[in-house]
Write a protein that binds this ligand. Structure first.
Ligand code: ADP
Ligand code: MG
Length: 638
């Protein structure tokens, strides 16, 4: 027979498979989502390859098929998931399924091994385990695959990858059946005894609806057999046959490669209407018989979610689409579904999503890092998620968007797209809609906006610093803790300002808690007099205030710096000057002494009216840096 080559799994794969098999039983069903997602990726890859190499695809329909085959004893069975996508050469079968190329997976391993099973379950949401999730439900898996015929490889050979759940190795061999697939991949799962529920077409339908339905731009067909009663024209002539014809007779796996088309063969099961007791005066009802009809039923017959009318899409559908399409299995915080016209005549439909979490390394990434999750489709066909130089600025780079353009030429390649006007416009459109989405929530849903602040509070500040064009709108979304409340916008601060107040007061010290800042001597007198002071504790706060300088024409004033002005001075300026002069004279000996004693530390010692309880304070010079910023400057120069 054909030569089988045995390979040991790369050690990480062995570890991953073990975790998957041992600890994720309660998440068995995700295998289907992962395999459909791979099939979808493979179809997309084929279509992209065909843009530059026409020989790989002649335009026939691309699809995914699922077929359940019960064993003859009725106990177990196989689930066969096929696609007509890019396929894999024997080398690719070895590397793609036998080694870990995924960057996220080693993180997963590190986390999963340190946790109990419940913890691992939650991790599934964050990672998506790919092909290895097959072993959740299968004790043996065959992957038969064949790359497309091309000018370079005119007659590719179909190979099989085979592995069992408890093998430390896998085998690669030419398929003894020859090339049965034509092009693509066929995955045969020999289901474990506790996973036979996945042979049930109702169950499969339910899972596809839940995990994959609106995310695949390719049709997913499920093989079903349905009994149907039809008039029995042959009833008189000959008795009905009684042997059901089973689909996919059990043979050595891998087996079965069918193209989805309505199967016209009808297997007669039984004659159910052989009515013995006909009444003489009634016309005889037509003789009926039950037949088994084989059918390929499309599971995702609904058009892609983004093309539907938002009025008819449920929250659950939006969430499930998000999970499947962006492979982020947490619930998005909010989304915005819209259509529009780019201004250069390209009309499009889009959904933008606000993820619940920003990537852990987001703040460590450089400002120039690019957005990765803008999926650009043209007429429902995925083109790219790399917008190159037209990607979003850092503050918005986390947003997840699907955009489907109507009028771009379908054969655009990535290179020509880069220079496309539409992309430049798209960037502006997404930013505008994104800000609108946030603003709407801020205005209409206080509770949701609280959640938004937790995830995006610092993002707004970054945006206000980074994005000059949208600075005002983004600044409006920022919130600060003050001496009077936990959260205020700058507009709310201004509404609350005292009569005559001409500055926005703040004290900044990064890394401190707002309640500590509230204790500061600089804040005392203002607070005692009823002024609200912003307590800024994030590095970005001070940078933002430094960039803004003013809000609605009211300048910011650091209460730790000179230049502080109250609006409600009880004394008239003349009187105050007099008083100041008298005090300065009275305390001259003290001031002179202090000036000498502290000459290495301070530039000057003066009588101040800004303190209530504390005897003295050291104040930065107007225009100089505060201690806080000085710290940052030295840190960045180091
Ligand atoms: P991921 O999809 O995140 O890359 P998977 O474990 O799901 O990780 O799949 C590993 C790799 O195996 C894929 O990147 C792809 O190269 C290959 N692969 C899996 N399924 C298919 C398929 N149906 N057709 C072609 N290649 C596939
Ligand atoms: Mg995958």
């Amino acid at each position: 027979g054909a030569q089988k080559v045995k390979h040991n799994y790369q050690s990480d794969v062995a570890r991953l498979r073990k975790i998957v098999i041992d600890s994720l039983y309660s998440h068995q069903e995700i295998f289907i989502r992962e395999l459909i997602s791979n099939a979808n990726d493979a179809l997309e890859k084929l279509r992209l390859t065909a843009l530059t190499d026409k020989s790989v695809w002649n335009g026939e329909p691309l699809n995914i098929t699922i077929k359940a085959v019960k064993d003859e004893d009725g106990k177990g069975g196989r689930l066969i998931i096929s696609d007509t996508g890019i396929g894999m050469s024997p080398e690719e079968l070895t590397t793609n399924l036998g080694t870990l190329a995924k960057s996220g997976t080693s993180d997963f391993l590190a986390k999963a091994e340190g946790q109990d099973n419940t913890g691992t379950g939650n991790l599934i949401g964050a990672f998506g385990l790919g092909f290895y999730s097959s072993f959740l439900v299968a004790d043996r898996v065959y992957v038969a695959s064949v790359p497309p015929k091309s000018e370079k490889v005119p007659s590719p050979v179909q190979y099989v990858f085979s592995s069992s759940a408890d093998d430390a190795s896998f085998e690669i061999f030419p398929d003894p059946r020859g090339n049965t697939i034509g092009r693509g991949t066929e995955i045969t799962l020999h289901l474990k005894p506790d996973a036979t529920e996945y042979l049930d077409t109702t169950k499969i339908t339910e899972l596809i609806n839940k995990h994959s339905s609106y995310s695949s731009s390719f049709p997913i067909y499920l093989f079903t057999q349905r009994t149907e009663d039809v008039p029995d024209e042959d009833a008189v002539e000959e008795p009905a046959a009684t042997t059901p014809v089973a689909e996919g007779e059990a043979t050595e796996s891998p087996v079965d490669s069918e193209t989805p088309q309505k199967d016209e063969d009808e297997a007669i099961v039984e004659d159910v209407t052989a009515d013995e007791e006909k009444k003489a005066d009634e016309p005889a009802p037509p003789k009926m018989k039950s037949v088994v009809v084989d059918e390929w039923v499309q599971l995702n017959a609904q058009p892609p979610l983004w093309t539907r009318d938002p009025k008819n899409v449920t929250t659950e559908e939006y969430e499930q689409f998000y999970n499947a399409f962006f492979k982020d299995f947490t619930k998005p915080l909010a989304w915005h579904h819209f259509s529009g016209d780019s201004g250069s005549g390209v009309s499009f439909k889009a959904i933008l999503y606000l993820p619940a979490k920003i990537a852990e390394d987001y703040w460590q990434q450089p400002l120039a890092s690019k957005s990765k999750d803008i999926k650009l489709m043209v007429k429902r066909v995925f083109i790219t998620s790399d917008l190159g130089d037209d990607g979003l600025p850092k503050w918005a780079s986390w947003v997840k968007v699907v955009v489907d353009a109507d009028d771009l030429p379908l054969n655009v390649s990535r290179e020509t797209l880069q220079s496309n006007r539409f992309l430049k416009q798209l960037k502006g459109i997404i930013i505008k809609r994104l800000i609108q989405t946030f603003t709407k929530i801020a205005e209409e849903d206080a509770e949701k906006f609280k959640e938004i602040q937790e995830t995006y509070g610092s993002i707004f500040k970054l945006g206000a610093v980074e994005d000059l064009k949208n600075r005002d709108k983004l600044t409006s979304l920022t919130r600060f803790t003050t001496t009077q409340r936990n959260e205020t916008s700058l507009d709310q601060y201004l509404e609350n300002k005292k009569k005559g107040q001409k500055q926005i007061f703040y004290l900044a010290e990064m890394g401190k808690k707002p309640e500590d800042l509230a204790q500061s001597i600089f804040v005392e007198k203002l607070h005692a007099r009823g002024y609200e002071v912003l307590l800024l504790t994030e590095p970005l706060d001070e940078i933002l205030v430094g960039n803004l300088r003013q809000w609605k024409n009211i300048p910011f004033q650091d209460v730790a710096k000179a230049g502080l002005k109250f609006g409600d001075e009880e004394l008239d300026p003349e009187e105050e000057k007099e008083q100041q002069k008298a005090l300065t004279e009275k305390f001259k000996p003290l001031l002179d002494w202090l000036k000498v004693e502290a000459k290495d530390v301070v530039r000057d010692v003066v009588i101040s009216n800004r303190l209530v309880k504390s005897p003295c304070a050291i104040v930065a010079e107007m225009g100089g840096y505060t201690a806080n910023v000085q710290k940052m400057m030295t840190a960045s120069n180091a």
